[in-house]
Design a protein around this ligand. Structure first.
Ligand SMILES: Cc1cc2nc3c(=O)[nH]c(=O)nc-3n(C[C@H](O)[C@H](O)[C@H](O)COP(=O)(O)OP(=O)(O)OC[C@H]3O[C@@H](n4cnc5c(N)ncnc54)[C@H](O)[C@@H]3O)c2cc1C
Length: 387
């Protein structure tokens, strides 16, 4: 067992850490306040090869391992965990799907995404189905050489800025997950409209709903086989959930480092705060838990790099990482005293942003269901009892 990063990984880690420190962190709060998606910065990420790290080289990516992409996600998130949700979670899911597309699809959509020129969104959730995603109602009816798309996708990360979307719709009625197909859809087609949400956090990557009213899309926009969409989405989640967890842990770790520095400096009752165990022990507990989950994230990515399943590990980290991270950041706010509650520090924003990660890509409950299924088998899942 070797926990050492190789030479290339150390180089990438240093480069991305510098980028996050200099180009993301100073603007993290400004983009949130102004609700601005920093397109120029994303273009720069594309130029530097930070997008599509694990996408095959033949498809225009770097062809690096999932572990290396995890390092990139973690480092970027030290500067801005919100933007990374769009570029490296929705982005990762969409790039993975586009790799199943035709040569034309790759040229038209994957290439501009990897170059940071176009923003993408992953559209699975609907007003009536989130956790029970296979119950989705949007339809794509075949009509000659086209499909006619109808329905609403809700809660979608960065949808207001997205140039195109990967959309899951039912191509066969009454067949559950097996009747779901995936399509790549430009957002400027006639019949497409959007509506923004007012969110608690992640305000730079504005979430919202996208509506499709008799939208005609060429059959060439089908991704993979007809009916294979749901399986492709679930395969993507096995990895994107781990990236998302590293994105939760990174701002929590930065907050803990800042808080450790603060409590070593701040004097109360004639002593540094750090010398009170009521102050130091919670910090010790948060760092211990987060370091353990962080290692499990990398183990899960390592398993995927070896071609093995990471479903159980992805479920485990998905319920733990965002929960432990929000707990840690909340204590960091309290340990900063009244200053911690101001908007002068990024702590409150990190808390709002990381809370989103508890829900996005699956709640703690569904994550535990995944782990339960892996440990006990399908027969004991509560949703097998529905009528
Ligand atoms: C910040 C953010 C970003 C998002 N980005 C995207 C995106 O880009 N694309 C996309 O498609 N979706 C996105 N979503 C939607 C997200 O995936 C769903 O919100 C999530 O899967 C939960 O679905 P729901 O909101 O319909 O809740 P519901 O499914 O209605 O669940 C409500 C509550 O009931 C619990 N619950 C449901 N079923 C069970 C069960 N069987 N056992 C125990 N508890 C259960 C859930 O855990 C939850 O707490 C995003 C959401 C957020 C908050």
């Amino acid at each position: 067992m070797d926990f050492e990063l190789n030479k290339d990984q150390k180089m990438i880690q240093n480069e991305v850490r510098r980028f996050a420190r200099e180009e993301l962190a100073p603007y993290y709060s400004k983009w949130d306040r102004e609700k601005t998606y920093p397109r120029e910065l994303v273009r720069k990420m594309g130029e530097l090869g930070f997008l599509g790290v694990s996408v095959n080289q033949k498809d225009g990516g770097l062809g690096e391992s999932f572990v290396t992409e995890g390092i990139v996600c973690e480092e970027l998130s030290r500067g801005d965990c919100s933007l990374t949700m769009s570029t490296h979670v929705a982005g990762h899911l969409c790039a993975g799907l586009l790799e199943h597309g035709s040569k034309e699809v790759k040229k038209k959509f994957l290439e501009p995404f990897l170059a940071g020129e176009q923003i993408t969104a992953f559209c699975l959730t609907e007003p009536g189905s989130g956790t029970d995603a296979a119950a989705l109602q949007a339809t794509a009816q075949k009509k000659g050489a086209a499909y006619i798309l109808n329905g609403e996708k809700s809660g979608i990360t960065a949808i207001m800025d997205a140039d195109f979307a990967l959309v899951f719709a039912r191509t066969e009625a009454g067949t559950g997950a097996r009747g779901v197909s995936c399509f790549v859809v430009p957002c400027n087609l006639p019949g497409v409209s959007k509506q923004a949400y007012e969110d608690l956090g992640c305000n730079a990557i504005v979430r919202g709903s996208i509506f499709f009213q008799n939208v005609e899309i060429p059959a060439t926009c089908l991704i993979g086989e007809e009916g294979a969409g749901f399986k492709l989405a679930m395969q993507g989640f096995d990895i994107s959930r781990i990236f998302l967890c590293l994105e939760a842990i990174a701002p929590a770790m930065v907050s803990l480092q800042e808080t450790i520095a603060h409590v070593k400096e701040r004097i109360a009752f004639g002593r540094p705060l750090a010398s009170f165990e009521g102050v130091s022990f919670p910090l010790v507990e948060h760092v211990s838990l987060l370091e353990a989950v962080r290692l499990l994230c990398y183990k899960a990515l390592w398993l995927r790099d070896k071609g093995q399943s990471s479903t159980k590990e992805a479920g485990m980290v998905k319920w733990m990482a965002p929960r432990f991270s929000t707990n840690a950041i909340r204590d960091c706010i309290v340990l900063h005293g009244h200053y911690g509650y101001t908007k002068d520090y990024p702590l409150e924003q990190r808390l709002r942003d990381v809370l989103a990660i508890e829900i996005a890509d699956g709640t703690p409950q569904v994550s535990k269901l995944v782990v339960q299924r892996e440990l006990m088998g399908r027969a004991y899942l509560s949703y097998n009892y529905r009528h």
